[in-house]
Every structure is written in structure tokens, then in C-alpha cells.
Design a protein around this ligand. Structure first.
Ligand code: HMG
Ligand code: MG
Length: 297
């Protein structure tokens, strides 16, 4: 199996900070994104244009987008649930949008107050409008392995959602282990089914790390299936407000270290990630979950 160069998407400023408490100052978010922009990462999910009642932490996303120093070659993307969110993302000059649904009905209802079918209908007009505006579109499928309310999710349920989304011509899928419970055999089972429906170039895997399995999952996906797209969050911060008990995304430092130590090309500078994590830890006034963010390299 060839091992392609990695495509790493930083989701810390969105997924990482969406549960950090409403008091993370805008300037701290801007400083975090600016520090990440110096690390060699190609894409940074910078904010979410969602209801401020649902996720107050993301209410200042427009201001964050307005104040960041955009580095050439870096894509600054935004999470968008509906047309109102797209309007805000376009106004903020986001470089890409991400719509989101789930493979489990109960999680989707709690997260975005819609069934899977309703959520797809909601963003049906969003995808072509974003594409007309020249923006690439990612679709997240959450609870692809386990649902905090329904338990284990069958790979076929994820493939079914992909099949419903394919006619919309989304550019890529990000497959979420929202509660961070998947182990490598779960990843293998899902990829066995999923890669029959979508080529690996259009797949990103989005592992949270509650059970400490995320790096092992990512290595298995890359080494055994040739999947090269992964989401991670510098410092390992975060979680989902509608997935109780779920911890942060896999730390970007851990993924970069694991891939580089296994001969992978990431284009990312670990020391720059550590600097970004140190700045964030200082702003939050607490150490971050990632051990590697504190190890002297
Ligand atoms: P709703 O209540 O069903 O929708 O919420 P609504 O259209 O009736 O709107 C309710 C209120 O929100 C209205 O305001 C709207 O104007 C406002 P009010 O009249 O009450 O003052 N509103 C908005 N405001 C700003 N921007 C918008 C927007 N849309 C409506 N775009 C809705 C439905 C989807 C809006 C809501 O449930 C929501 O925003 N949910 C967001 C939930 C969220 O962000 N969750 C975390 C991200 S998902 C995640 O973390 C998983 C992921 O990381 C992958 C993984 O780990 O698996 C991606
Ligand atoms: Mg997530």
C-alpha cells in the first residue's frame, strides 16, 4: 500500500474552542489562528456560523475572520449549518465551508435540531450556492462509529448518508468519531465499506481521542488504506457540546509526530505547533490535554 503525503486540517479554533466556555477572548482566538498560520498547515477551520444560542463560543466568528492575518496558501474554512450560515461565511470571506450531518438520528436531532433527512434538505441549497461563489465544500458525517445516545453505528449507516450526499457534489467528506471511542478495527471496518463508495482522496477522518485510540486509528487508515486526510486540533482541546463526555480532537502534534516518525510528509513544523499551543494555554490559563505540546523537542 502506498503511503501518500498527509493532508492535515486544523480544527482547533472551531472544534477545539466550541466547548471552551464563552469567555475565550476574540484576540486569543485570533492569536491562536495566526500562530497556526505559521506552522505549515494548509487549512485551518477558523470558526462556525451557527446559532449563537446553540454554541455561544462561536458567536464572534465573523470578528475572528476579520482580524486574522491570512497567510498565503492557507485555507481558512468555516462550519455552516444552513443558508444563514453561508451568508455569514461569504461575508467573512471564508475560503471553504463545511456543512454537517450525522449517521445517527438522535445525535443529529440534539446537535442541529433536525433529522438526517431534514439536515440534508437544509443544506441542499447551501452546497451549490457555495460552489457558485467559488468555495469548496466539505460535508461532516458525525457519530460515524458510535453515538452517545444510540451506541454503535454500523458502517452501512455512514455509507447510506454518503450516498444521499453524493448527488450534491460535495468535494470531500470528514468522517467523525464524535465521541472518540473508535479503535483501529472499527476504522478498518468502516473504511472497508466506505472506500467502495468514495475514493480515499475525498475522505478525511476526524478522530476525537477520548479513549486514546486516535493516533492508532489514523496510522492504520494511512498505512493500510492509503487515506491521507486527517483533522486534528493543536493542543488536543475541545469536544462537541452535544456529545457529553467526549474529549477533544486528537492533538495535531501527536498526529504530526506519529506520521513524521513513520516516514510521512506533513509539511508541518512541530515547534510552530508547540508555540501555538503554548499561546493558547496561556490565554486559557490552563495546560492543554496534549502531552506533546509540553515536551521539549
Ligand atoms: P433551530 O432552532 O432548529 O433553527 O436551530 P432555527 O432556524 O429555528 O433558528 C433558531 C435561531 O437561531 C433563530 O434565532 C435563528 O435566526 C438563529 P432567533 O429567532 O431565535 O433569535 N440561527 C442562526 N444564527 C446564526 N447563524 C446561523 C443561524 N441559523 C439559525 N447560521 C441550528 C438549528 C442548526 C441553527 C442550530 O441547531 C445550530 O446552530 N446548531 C449548531 C450546533 C453546533 O454547532 N454543534 C457543534 C458543531 S458539530 C460538531 O462538533 C461535530 C464535528 O466536529 C464532527 C464530529 O466530531 O463528529 C463537526
Ligand atoms: Mg469534532
Amino acid at each position: 500500500m502506498t503511503r501518500p503525503a498527509l493532508r492535515l486540517v486544523e480544527v482547533g479554533p472551531r472544534d477545539g474552542l466550541q466547548t471552551a466556555g464563552a469567555k475565550v477572548p476574540t484576540e486569543a482566538k485570533v492569536a491562536f489562528v495566526d500562530a497556526l498560520s505559521l506552522s505549515g498547515l494548509g487549512e485551518i477551520e477558523t470558526g462556525a456560523f451557527v446559532s449563537p444560542k446553540a454554541v455561544p463560543e462561536m458567536a464572534d466568528s465573523a470578528e475572528v475572520f476579520a482580524r486574522i492575518a491570512r497567510a498565503p496558501g492557507v485555507l481558512y474554512s468555516a462550519l455552516v449549518p444552513n443558508e444563514k450560515g453561508l451568508e455569514a461565511a461569504l461575508k467573512a470571506k471564508a475560503g471553504k465551508i463545511a456543512v454537517f450531518t450525522a449517521a445517527s438520528e438522535t445525535f443529529n436531532k440534539k446537535n442541529i435540531n433536525a433529522s438526517i433527512a431534514e439536515s440534508i434538505a437544509r443544506f441542499a441549497p447551501v452546497v451549490p450556492a457555495a460552489k457558485t461563489a467559488g468555495l469548496p465544500v466539505r460535508a461532516y458525517i458525525s457519530t460515524a462509529f458510535f453515538c452517545p445516545y444510540e451506541g454503535k453505528v454500523a458502517p452501512e449507516a455512514v455509507v447510506e448518508v454518503v450516498k444521499r450526499l453524493e448527488p450534491m457534489s460535495v468535494d470531500e467528506y470528514s468522517i467523525g468519531d464524535t465521541i472518540g471511542r473508535a479503535a483501529p478495527d472499527d476504522a478498518r471496518r468502516l473504511l472497508d465499506a466506505l472506500l467502495k463508495a468514495v475514493p480515499s482522496e475525498r475522505i478525511f477522518l476526524h478522530f476525537h481521542d477520548t479513549y486514546g485510540m486516535a493516533v492508532a486509528n489514523a496510522l492504520a487508515a494511512w498505512q493500510e488504506f492509503g487515506v491521507s486526510g486527517f483533522d486534528a486540533s493543536t493542543g488536543g482541546v475541545g469536544g462537541c457540546p452535544y456529545a457529553p463526555g467526549a474529549s477533544g480532537n486528537v492533538a495535531m502534534e501527536d498526529l504530526v509526530f506519529a506520521f513524521q516518525a513513520s516516514g510521512g510528509k506533513t509539511g508541518v513544523d512541530l515547534k510552530a505547533l508547540q508555540a501555538a499551543a503554548a499561546g493558547l494555554a496561556a490565554s486559557l490559563g490552563r495546560p492543554l490535554p496534549s502531552r506533546l505540546s509540553r515536551i521539549r523537542l
